[in-house]
Design a protein around this ligand. Structure first.
Ligand code: NAD
Ligand code: IPM
Ligand code: MN
Length: 357
């Protein structure tokens, strides 16, 4: 097949990990006989430096016209002055809103070899395999904001329609997986959470085969670490989902491993690792590219319907995690290029094995 992909390298390690993922997409295209046409566009701090805007019009238009968008990361100390008129992160939020990608899937599995890198006891990490469905275009991120010298507000607003559509994605996903959905809120304090909980209970009636459980976010933050294997699909609002998924990354061994897919109504999606621009290691060629490479696999699955190709990348990642080389964030020595080459080699070996068979 032919597909038009927009690549948004962004800032910090963004360009390094995005280039790694493109290299793997190229390897997949070659092995499976596809053609991916790439357009690179500016976003974030790089876009502010070049145009004054974190999401230039050309970028927005290219993304809206693409089959899928792959993003590295945005942000960094250069653009982090609290008094700056624009911030890189606004580019990413604007893009999520423009594309209408309201459901952010953040899958997490713990590779057995990596249990040693988690700060948690190994036995707790057995059979950990869950997906967080994070609402992505509402809540405090997008509410009205005010700031004076001595007070500030961030309005947290949700409509029933916004809540229900992400709940439907989560229930549908639970139906395809372990039929267990945990809805995370703060219904003991927040009105938005009470609206959320009511909607979840109502929508649950349409999915009688899925068990719904409600969990308050503070205890969820604890349970995710003490009983991670209990969870199947977890659905929550924007800010809670942001925080819980960085926490979940500690289970997997490193933030650098986690991918994400942001989806809306159609098949077009935005794919990015969950980590940021990692300014502390940017430009050194040592960033772990596996979260972005795994995001490329999600792109193939969810936007292009290429399940075998997605699975081939995921198997190749698993093979690298099984045998090494390991990147620095997993106590190894390998840089971004070496890890990427290892994934490519694993992909190539699968292809060769298939020909022999
Ligand atoms: P971060 O995720 O950039 O980094 C946190 C820690 O994890 C750092 O020590 C970093 O070195 C490490 N890390 C992250 N990704 C890694 C990788 N691929 N390989 C190895 N180590 C990795 O979070 P932060 O430092 O809080 O934020 C830095 C900037 O990134 C901020 O401007 C923030 O707004 C932005 N950010 C952007 C995104 C995004 O573009 N999607 C996501 C999160 C944060
Ligand atoms: C993420 C990031 C973003 C978020 C920032 C950079 C706006 O932390 O994708 O997890 O909070 O959504
Ligand atoms: Mn985050």
């Amino acid at each position: 097949m032919q597909a038009n992909l927009v690549i948004l390298p962004g800032d910090g390690v963004g360009p390094e990990v995005a280039a790694a993922a493109v290299e793997i997409l190229d390897a997949v295209a070659e092995r499976f006989g596809h053609r991916f046409d790439y357009t690179e566009q500016l976003i974030g701090g790089a876009a502010i430096d070049a145009t004054g805007q974190p999401l230039p019009e050309a970028t927005r238009q290219a993304c809206e016209a693409a089959d899928a968008v792959l993003l590295g990361a945005v942000g960094g100390p250069k653009w982090s002055d609290p008094n700056a008129p624009v911030r890189p992160e606004q580019g990413l939020l604007g893009l999520r809103a423009a594309l209408g990608v309201y459901a952010n899937l953040r899958p997490l599995r713990v590779h057995p070899k990596l249990a040693a890198f988690s700060p948690l006891k190994n036995e707790r990490l057995k059979d950990v395999d869950f997906v967080v469905v994070r609402e992505l275009t509402g809540g405090a991120y997008f509410g009205a904001k005010t700031r004076t010298d001595d007070a500030a507000t961030d309005e947290c607003k949700y409509t029933v329609a916004e809540i229900e559509r992400v709940l439907h994605k989560a229930f549908a996903m639970a139906r395809e997986r372990g039929k267990h959905l945990t809805s995370v809120d703060k219904a003991n304090v927040l009105e938005t959470s009470r609206l959320w909980r009511r909607a979840a209970t109502r929508v649950a009636a349409e999915y009688p085969d899925v068990t719904l459980e409600h969990q308050l976010v503070d205890s969820m933050a604890m349970l995710m670490l003490t009983q991670p294997s209990r969870y199947d699909v977890i659905v929550t609002e924007n800010l809670f989902g942001d925080i819980l998924t960085d926490e979940a990354a500690a289970l997997a061994g490193s933030l650098g491993l986690l991918p994400s897919a942001s989806l809306g109504q159609g098949t077009r999606g935005l794919y990015e690792p969950i980590h940021g621009s990692a300014p502390d290691i940017a430009g050194q060629g040592v960033a772990n590219p596996l979260g972005t490479i795994a995001s490329a696999a999600l792109l193939l699955r969810h936007s292009l319907g290429l399940e075998d190709e997605a699975a081939a990348i995921e198997t190749a990642i698993d093979q690298v995690l099984e045998h090494g080389p390991y990147p620095r964030d997993l106590s190894g020595q390998a840089g971004t290029a070496e890890i990427t080459a290892a994934v490519k080699a694993a992909l190539g070996a699968q292809g060769a094995a298939r020909h022999v068979a």
